[in-house]
Design a protein around this ligand. Sequence first.
Ligand code: NAD
Length: 374
Amino acid sequence: MRIGVPREVSPDQRLVAATPLTVQQLIKLGYDVAIETGAGLGANIPDTAYSDVGAAITGKDEAWASDIVITVDQPDATHRALLADGATLITRMQPDDEPDVVTELQARGVTALNLLSVPRISRAQALDVLSTMSNVSGYRGIIEAAEEYPGMFAGQVTAAGSTKPARVFVIGAGVAGLAALGAAGSLGADVHAYDVRADAAEQIESMGATFVRIDTEAQESADGYAKELTDDQAAATARVYAEQSALADIVVTTALIRGKAPITITKEMVEAMRPGSVIVDLAAQGGGNCELTVPGEKIVTANGVTILGYTDLPGRMPKHTSQLYGTNIVNLMKLLTPGKDGALVLDLDDVILRGITVTHDGEIYWPPPPIQVS
Ligand code: NAD
């Protein structure tokens, strides 16, 4: 079977779904690979780097007409029309928000596999593109904050006197938060962090940061997602978030509850922050954790606080994000290719494959059944 890697539809998307390294791994699984000419340019990968490892460089129609098509973003209607009937599309989808796309793919007999619905279980970690994107966002968020912050992250002891390290406060220590606190720590900052999940304290401290204790019960559901706070818990955390943000030079917010962003930093908290301090809202895509965040934008408040609501952080590091995303797809293809013979087998009894299947063989499989966590 042939795997097609088209150019991403949006000209702003710098990521690509396969790199020369991952193409080699796909070929080892028995597949032919067709790369649309120019597909890797946003990530600085020329066509020759792909052809050197055995991929065919093709025109647009040929790449889209492959048996299996892999992309970063869900294609628009014009490009979906280029898929062959019965093809397999592997991409990031929002089926709940776009039921018409689901019925269209069903009618065309397309097998649509959604990379955003990989179950949060250990066995699925290697193919979890959400973790890939969160990890890069956490790292890049700190780089962006360091660019805006008018001081140094590491404290200095010099003949001209000393300066204190920047104080960083991270709210939410999931994948993005841990990556952010690791990056901030490696730049020499004094890092403090909090998360509502029970095991977060140990994870935060194991990265050399200080866990901010709040006298409230941990909030976590059996499948590893945070739960909404009760009113009392929300009041207790809000008091501490106000104290900590007033002390911080950099605040990184990453809190999500099943993809939705609760407000953790209010307008009043921002007003109490020092001029020159920076908020990086890594939950901007879900609406933002800071009341003043404008998703996609940088703003500076009247009291001189910079709020970064960038939603394209993974795309600002296209080389490594594409590499990690492509590897997530290779790991999925390993699961889909038990014979390593270039033949895709969709085993719907596998909880991971069932979790990502949106349409198959003219049927709709969305939404997937809830995962049973033992
Ligand atoms: P997420 O993106 O769903 O949320 C980000 C973090 O915000 C979470 O840690 C959450 O507990 C926290 N949060 C929510 N509301 C908060 C609030 N009001 N105040 C403070 N913190 C708040 O989380 P994530 O990055 O996907 O990771 C959550 C956990 O799941 C981690 O332990 C991670 O390692 C695990 N995980 C496992 C897998 C897997 O096993 N395949 C995949 C992804 C994540």
